[in-house]
Ligand binder design. Structure first.
Ligand SMILES: *[C@@H]1O[C@H](CO)[C@@H](O)[C@H](O)[C@H]1NC(C)=O
Ligand SMILES: *[C@@H]1O[C@H](CO)[C@@H](O)[C@H](O)[C@H]1NC(C)=O
Ligand SMILES: *[C@@H]1O[C@H](CO)[C@@H](O)[C@H](O)[C@H]1NC(C)=O
Ligand SMILES: *[C@@H]1O[C@H](CO)[C@@H](O)[C@H](O)[C@H]1NC(C)=O
Ligand SMILES: *[C@@H]1O[C@H](CO)[C@@H](O)[C@H](O)[C@H]1NC(C)=O
Ligand SMILES: *[C@@H]1O[C@H](CO)[C@@H](O)[C@H](O)[C@H]1NC(C)=O
Length: 497
């Protein structure tokens, strides 16, 4: 549980959500080219401020929703700000806010040219009661989506006051969990944000009754449509691993072929499963470096390695080639793979496990017989309740988020009272199954990219981006410009946007 990764469905027994990868800048006044104003986290995770970014802390209230004395406790909430491209308060220039993610802010802000990025409570260093508190139910009890949104709202309002930019329209952006936060933020605080870009936000998947087969079916299709042989090799490998692990000689042979460090065979299945899942999410058209450095089109690369093995013709040699793409693209993995190191090692956090055990349960992990993973039926809620109680002394409130934000019924509700949200989804992304794939109204627009992966729209643009991706971003910018113009008209502010 401690090392559970929110990117990997049921890999660590819990169904978890995904991250925002590098996020792409959207400055309406000056739409930046590649890497403009991007953050450069150094090896130790610190962000250099040389490109206009500043790290700041805001004294945040623990709990906005009641007046019990403990609610008045404060903590230092981290945010990053970049005013380099901002048109200024006098011009009521728009402010773009990235609504954080379930990991250290610097990693998620990488490649971002957004105006500012706020770390949600309990992630990175924004931890009330000090580090370690996220493992303790007494203190972690203040980590909830509702409070996270309220924190964003108070911070934004205070920041605008400090900048005397009360008239500046705010647009929120987010990918993955951050995309869900962005969409929900627009719904709960329409007076704070005039619109939201919710990228790869599986807001329909928070329902415990959501079909748990959808997620891995999408992954399976990605591999199968790339190469039938690749799909077969992967599909048949699980039983072969089971058989190998059952005997000492089999285990040794497998460790040798897969180049696992001694004893690595036992956790090999999760380790492989993680890599296959994450390349599906991050099957980008250009090289990326979020969870791991990866080449362009990593699914194709993996299948190519399986179809044309270089170290042998047995299943494990083929899998080795595929894993080498994910875990050793830069050649830095050393002489053998440590299967205890999870596929999402960089951003694993206890706080996400906590959220999974309290309010955010996203059904995934069930595999039908066509799946390239081993057939399974997904998570049993009773079992998960026991597990969470065992680890945290809390029981999940499976239906709280559907009550708070709506799930399957949200589309009808949104149509009546919502506006100004873009829902981007890429159909290669296993999380797209829980996304809004059809426009709900004129101002609740679904943008679907058949070749797109997990919030590829938010990644920094590069010269090599395919046309469909460039067009996708242009559409998003056009829509956001429309919101801002409307806001200026409504408030009699003259602007050149
Ligand atoms: C939880 O952490 C707080 C603050 O560190 C501490 O005062 C409290 O005793 C801890 N509670 C438990 C049950 O460990
Ligand atoms: C606004 O300014 C006050 C006073 O300097 C400061 O304490 C507070 O942190 C600022 N707010 C933000 C969001 O930075
Ligand atoms: C795999 O088998 C093919 C056909 O028998 C052979 O040509 C190829 O050299 C083998 N590859 C390796 C890496 O052993
Ligand atoms: C990782 O790649 C490097 C460079 O190609 C290679 O020397 C090393 O053996 C690889 N590690 C594994 C475990 O395959
Ligand atoms: C493998 O990784 C785990 C977790 O990071 C670590 O505890 C262990 O020492 C590593 N083993 C080897 C052989 O490097
Ligand atoms: C897979 O097929 C078998 C045999 O037809 C069936 O009993 C089983 O329920 C199927 N499993 C899943 C997860 O669909």
């Amino acid at each position: 549980m401690k090392s559970s990764s929110f990117l990997l469905p049921l890999l660590s027994l819990l169904s978890l959500l995904c991250p925002s990868l590098g996020t792409k800048p959207i400055f309406l006044r000056r739409f930046p080219s590649q890497a403009h104003g991007s953050l450069r986290p150094s090896a130790d995770g610190h962000v250099s401020s040389s490109r206009g970014w500043e790290t700041k802390y805001y004294t945040q209230t623990l709990d906005h929703f009641n007046y019990h004395p403990i609610s008045y406790v404060t903590f230092q909430q981290k945010y990053l700000i970049n005013a380099e491209h901002w048109g200024g308060a006098a011009a009521s220039a728009p402010i773009f806010v990235y609504t954080g993610n379930e990991g250290p802010i610097e990693i998620f802000a990488k490649n971002t040219g957004l105006m500012f990025d706020i770390a949600p409570k309990y992630y990175g260093t924004s931890i009330p009661f000090g580090s370690g508190a996220e493992e303790n139910a007494t203190t972690a009890g203040y980590l909830s989506t509702s409070l996270v949104l309220a924190d964003f709202a108070t911070l934004i309002v205070d920041l605008k006051r400090n900048l005397t930019a009360q008239k500046s329209p705010v647009v929120v952006f987010g990918g993955s969990y951050g995309g869900m936060l962005a969409a929900w933020f627009r719904l709960k605080y329409p007076e704070v944000a005039i619109g939201a870009l919710a990228s790869s936000a599986p807001i329909l998947q928070i329902d415990p009754n959501f079909n748990p087969f959808v997620f891995t079916s999408i992954i399976t299709n990605n591999f199968k449509s790339t190469s039938e042989n690749c799909y077969r090799v992967i599909k048949n490998s699980w039983d072969e691993i089971d058989r190998a692990v059952a005997s000492n000689t089999g285990k040794e042979k497998m460790e040798k072929s897969l180049k696992l460090c001694t004893g690595g065979a036992e956790s090999a299945k999760d380790w492989i499963d993680g890599a296959l899942t994450l390349v599906s999410m991050t099957d980008y058209p250009t090289p990326s470096n979020f969870l791991q450095p990866l080449p362009a089109y990593p699914v194709k690369q993996m299948c190519n390695a399986i179809d044309n093995p270089t170290t042998g013709n047995d299943t494990f040699a083929k899998l080795y080639g595929a894993m080498n793409i994910y875990y050793n693209y830069t050649g830095a993995a050393g002489e053998c793979f440590n299967t205890s190191v999870s596929a999402t090692e960089r951003i694993d956090s206890d706080a996400w496990s906590w959220q999974t055990c309290t309010e955010i349960f996203l059904p995934t992990g069930a595999n039908n017989n066509e799946s390239m993973f081993q057939p399974s039926t997904g998570t049993n809620l009773e079992w998960m309740t026991e597990l969470c109680y065992y680890y945290y002394y809390v029981k999940p409130r499976f239906f709280w988020l559907t009550t708070e934000f709506g799930a399957s019924s949200i589309k009808t509700a949104l149509k009546k009272f919502g506006s100004n949200i873009i829902f981007y989804n890429g159909l290669k992304d296993p999380w797209s199954g829980g996304g809004v794939l059809k426009s709900i109204s004129k101002t609740l627009v679904a943008i679907v990219a058949p070749k797109g992966a997990h919030h590829v729209d938010l990644r920094a643009s590069t010269r090599d981006d395919p046309k469909w991706l460039q067009d996708l971003r242009t559409s998003e910018v056009q829509i956001i410009k429309k919101w801002i113009r409307q806001y200026y008209r409504d408030n009699s502010i003259s602007s050149s946007i």
